[in-house]
Design a binder for this molecule. Structure first.
Ligand code: ZN
Length: 122
């Protein structure tokens, strides 16, 4: 009676061990997925922080303007202390999360976005 109970108990232990063994690949896969999700979450948090920093920089330091010809750009709220000139940003770049300073064209009075958004008339 006792020997039979012991035998049944051992069979049950072996079954549980087998199931544990079969579950190991699934467990490892889920662990790897959790780690990948954590890595992705951290990357997304960093990306969100970068977007928030960009938005705060544009909002705090620049004003949206539309030039006489319909060109849109951002103008620095405060002038550069050394030259007393104001910096200008490309509005299309700013809208896509980039900060591109506009430079005055060598010939003409327009400004140019180096990222390829064309000529901008202030
Ligand atoms: Zn641009």
């Amino acid at each position: 009676m006792l020997a039979q109970a012991r035998s049944e108990m051992l069979e049950h232990v072996i079954d549980v061990q087998s199931e544990c063994f079969e579950l190991q690949p699934t467990n490892q896969r889920l662990l790897a997925e959790a780690q990948a999700a954590g890595t992705r979450e951290n990357a997304l948090k960093a990306e969100l922080q970068q977007i928030q920093n960009h938005t705060a920089d544009i909002t705090n330091n620049y004003e949206f303007r539309v030039g006489g010809t319909g060109s849109s750009y951002y103008e620095a709220k405060t002038p550069d202390p050394a030259s007393n000139a104001r910096a200008y940003l490309c509005a299309n770049c700013a809208a896509s999360g980039k900060k591109t300073f506009l430079h005055r064209a060598v010939l003409g009075s327009h400004y140019v976005c180096s990222a390829g958004h064309g000529n901008i008339q202030l």
